[in-house]
Design a protein around this ligand. Structure first.
Ligand code: GLP
Length: 251
């Protein structure tokens, strides 16, 4: 596990954007796993992705994207859905073909079947080359809450009260936050060839310290990443303020 410590959110975004752009340019076929939430917004907007496309027209026609999760009950037109988030914050600004962007369908009539379909999409694409992750304040990755089995595949998950509260800022009220989501499983995430986890701000300091200094435990879903062979954490000093251990690259 490598940790890149940077000054602030802008630098987190820029470092992540650079790593993604490099892959886009390097590989003739690329599957990128994408995350939502507040943290990756800067990565999508930074001079390496949307701004780079405006300036240099770096093409994404050879790229497929796999999103981590989607709320159950929200359709693609709902402005709170992750499908809407991805279209407006990234996809509409690149030349990425729509049919190459994949997000679980949160309004599928058979949600269990939808989870199996999503796993087969990932398999048929040959797996994910580079997965971007954020981290919840309770250590969730995707929407895999504490207690989720490390062996989990894409499934319907119940959101914890803490996660619903944290995400209520995007909705009009806490009541509007869906209770369930479809999330890529932890074992699915672990199969991705390379993983970048982003963390910014003091709100993430406690969980980051727990992740980096604590045991690998299903109570801290992100802790399994210590067992992955290619994980880079890009975090700012506020998020790393409680951690003074090993692996640090940066200042
Ligand atoms: C959300 C998402 C995660 C995200 C996390 C942190 O609920 N499902 O993929 O990484 O919570 O969100 P934020 O970046 O807004 O702190």
């Amino acid at each position: 596990m490598k940790i890149i410590k940077v000054h602030d959110y802008a630098e987190v975004s820029l470092n992540a954007g650079e790593m993604i752009l490099e892959k886009v340019k390097q590989q003739s076929k690329l599957v990128i796993g994408l995350a939502t939430g507040g943290t990756p917004i800067g990565t999508y907007q930074c001079q390496c992705l949307i701004e780079d496309f405006k300036r240099n027209q770096t093409s994404y026609k050879h790229v497929h994207t796999i999103n981590l999760d989607e709320y159950v009950g929200l359709n693609v037109e709902d402005r709170h859905s992750y499908a809407y988030y991805m279209r407006t914050r990234l996809f509409n600004h690149l030349d990425l073909p729509h049919e190459q962007t994949h997000i679980p369908n949160g309004v599928a009539s058979d949600l269990v079947k939808e989870c199996h379909r999503y796993e087969s999409v990932i398999t048929s694409l040959g797996g994910v080359d580079l997965q971007l992750l954020g981290i919840g304040e309770n250590g969730h990755i995707g929407f895999n809450e504490p207690g989720t089995s490390f062996l989990s595949k894409t499934s319907v998950v119940e959101l914890s009260p803490l996660t619903r509260k944290a995400n209520a800022r995007y909705f009009n009220s806490l009541d509007e936050v869906p209770s369930h989501a479809i999330s890529m499983g932890i074992s699915t995430i672990m199969q991705c060839r390379q993983i970048i986890l982003l963390a910014s701000g003091e709100k993430k300091a406690k969980i980051l310290q727990q992740l980096l200094s604590g045991q690998v435990s299903e109570q801290v879903p992100a802790s399994i990443l210590k067992k992955h062979h290619d994980v880079t954490i890009i975090a700012d000093q506020a998020a790393l303020e409680n951690y003074h251990g090993d692996y640090l690259v940066g200042f």
